[in-house]
Design a protein around this ligand. Structure first.
Ligand code: ZN
Length: 251
């Protein structure tokens, strides 16, 4: 059965559960392992309470909840023009280069050179939730930096590969510069820690990560760098809104 056409609940497993976990990455969030355990149940309950306004959320992803998640996505479009790489050489999302290659000898994700084929769906669904949560503060969020391929890195003398599809940088629209902006970015990080179960820096595996304020004073950097390789498979990266909104083939 295709995602969205049947109820999902406790102890269900498989790709449809992965899809649900990805879409609710900004509501608490867990690792997208396809196992509907207490973490996934908490994600669903959080969405049912915060977005659907249910006083006694069931934690079961019934058809109404799945439809509400779809509608939530539509209500929070992601501007892919803002996500594309600006190097002028790649198609906007790298050239798929450097698979299996690392900077130096240490084979960890922070030094992985691979240009992933798009931006990770989980960070984009988490961004949608961030937009939703920021509304309570009266803030509108935008992407100020998305994909930055190896060519773009060369053009700007950068070495970080975080933006090869695993990260976005978020700005608060119209925020005054200086101290106020810095305080707002700190507050937004706090919201994402509380609401999305994100972490400051990269200490724990399989959590969304935020750069600390000394690295990102006037923007909010959000990434999936600390996720295990299995969760960074090519099929989770997308280049369009349509691909973000549709479950991958076979799900
Ligand atoms: Zn590029």
């Amino acid at each position: 059965m295709a995602y969205g056409s049947r109820d999902l609940g406790r102890d269900d497993t498989g790709p449809e559960v992965v899809e649900l976990q990805m879409r609710l990455a900004g509501f608490r969030g867990t690792k997208p392992d396809g196992d509907y355990g207490p973490g996934t149940e908490l994600q669903v309950m959080t969405f049912q309470r915060d977005v659907m306004g249910q006083a006694s959320p069931s934690g079961r992803a019934d058809l109404a909840t799945l439809a509400a998640i779809q509608a939530f996505g539509a209500a929070h479009p992601v501007n892919f023009n803002l996500l594309t790489c600006k190097c002028g050489v790649c198609d906007g999302f790298g050239q798929g280069k450097f698979k299996g290659l690392y900077q130096g000898q240490v084979k960890v994700e922070a030094y992985y050179r691979y240009e992933y084929p798009g931006v990770h769906r989980m960070i984009l669904w988490a961004f949608r939730a961030a937009m939703f949560h920021a509304q309570a503060k009266g803030w509108t969020l935008t992407v100020n930096s998305g994909y930055r391929c190896s060519v773009d890195n060369q053009q700007h003398a950068r070495s970080s590969t975080n933006h090869h599809g695993k990260a976005i940088d978020i700005d608060i629209v119209g925020s005054p510069t200086g101290k106020v902006d810095m305080e707002r970015c700190d507050a937004l990080r706090g919201i994402l820690v509380e609401k999305a179960n994100a972490q400051i820096a990269w200490g724990a595996p399989n959590l969304k990560s935020l750069e600390p304020s000394n690295i990102a004073p006037t923007w909010v950097h959000y990434d999936v760098r600390s996720y295990d390789k299995a969760y960074l498979d090519d099929r989770y990266f997308v280049k369009s809104q349509a691909a973000l909104d549709a479950p991958p083939a076979g799900v």
